[in-house]
Design a protein around this ligand. Structure first.
Ligand code: C2E
Ligand code: MG
Ligand code: MG
Ligand code: MG
Length: 290
């Protein structure tokens, strides 16, 4: 009888499940230690004005370098930090670091910071923003906060008032990953966003010589919708010259992607700024129209 029971238990809690739980707990422990051991680093990916070819700002993207695991992608550790409420600490660290770094840039460049759903729902987050601005002395208009589309699916009211509170501080707010979810586009008008970021899946499907590809047509429609609503529109995931050309042809305001610049450490971003301010560099790299 006892053997039968243990067999049963064995089946419910199989070794594979146990080892993945152990692995997961080890990962959580490592994430906790990552702060003390200073294993997180901020990278910055440039964003451009598509018509002028000029640099407009950078998105801050967190990187985790673990001595044994190597480089762990944010798509792996951010969801775990979200579940364990560790994301708030990371979020404060990212926000402060991004503001301090952007203070070293020319005053017309902004830094975009990703805000997690948990931070969006925390009424104290506005204080965190205010503190980051005060301590870094960064102009509020140089800070852009990105929130991802999927968080707006549930209860909208609390979130709208959060966003309104942030806007009173003078920061810009962008909606990230637009079109990725299955949600309605109606909240593009319901929330006070300054900018919308079209999810990279639309460009992924784009192929040169196939301008009527369905995703290219949808991208065009989102650009039009965004601009009609008075938003700045940016496309992410630009990997080829053809994609950039297409974005120009549909009058998408801004672009971000590996073709234009990969996420890079702060030091390299400063060099990138210096280079991009040289007209020659811009001519060569963006083939500026006249
Ligand atoms: P995201 O905010 O949509 O960031 C853009 C992601 O696309 C980045 O991935 C970036 O490296 C990648 N990317 C940029 N250009 C291209 C391209 O041309 N092609 C392709 N295939 N990918 C491109 P990353 O850095 O791995 O970040 C993934 C996600 O993790 C981010 O998506 C964001 O949702 C989240 N994340 C990153 N840093 C933070 C952070 O500091 N806080 C929070 N809450 N989330 C973060
Ligand atoms: Mg983002
Ligand atoms: Mg995105
Ligand atoms: Mg994303």
């Amino acid at each position: 009888e006892a053997k039968k029971q243990s067999l049963c238990a064995y089946r419910i809690f199989d070794p594979q499940m146990r080892s993945s739980m152990i692995e997961r707990n080890a990962l959580i422990d490592d994430i906790r230690e990552a702060f003390d051991k200073e294993q997180f680093e901020l990278y910055f990916q440039p964003q451009f004005n598509t018509q002028k070819g000029s640099l407009v700002g950078f998105e801050a993207l967190v990187r985790w370098q673990h001595p044994v695991r190597g480089s762990v992608p944010p798509d792996v550790f951010i969801p775990i930090m979200e579940e364990n409420k560790m994301i708030e600490e990371l979020g404060r660290w990212v926000l402060m670091g991004a503001c301090k770094e952007a203070k070293h840039w020319p005053g017309d460049l902004f830094v975009a910071v990703n805000v997690s759903p948990l931070q969006l729902r925390n009424p104290h987050f506005a204080l965190t923003i205010g503190r980051a601005l005060a301590q870094s002395a960064l102009k509020p208009e140089q800070l852009e906060l990105e929130i991802t589309e999927s968080v707006l699916l549930d209860e909208n009211d609390g979130e709208r008032s959060q966003i309104e509170t942030w806007k009173k501080l003078g920061v810009q707010v962008a909606l990230d990953d637009v079109g990725k979810g299955y949600s309605s586009l109606s909240y593009l008008s319901q929330f006070p966003f300054d900018k919308i970021k079209i999810d990279r899946s639309f460009l992924k499907a784009f192929e040169a010589g196939k301008p009527k590809d369905a995703s290219a047509v949808i991208l065009h429609a989102i650009v039009e919708l965004g601009k009609t609503l008075g938003k700045t529109v940016i496309a992410e995931g630009v990997e080829t010259a053809d994609q950039l050309e297409y974005l120009r042809s549909v009058d998408c305001d801004q672009a971000q992607g590996f073709y234009l610049g990969r996420p890079m450490p702060a030091k390299e971003a400063r060099k990138f700024i210096r280079k991009s301010r040289s007209l020659l560099w811009r001519r060569a790299n963006m083939s500026l129209g006249s």
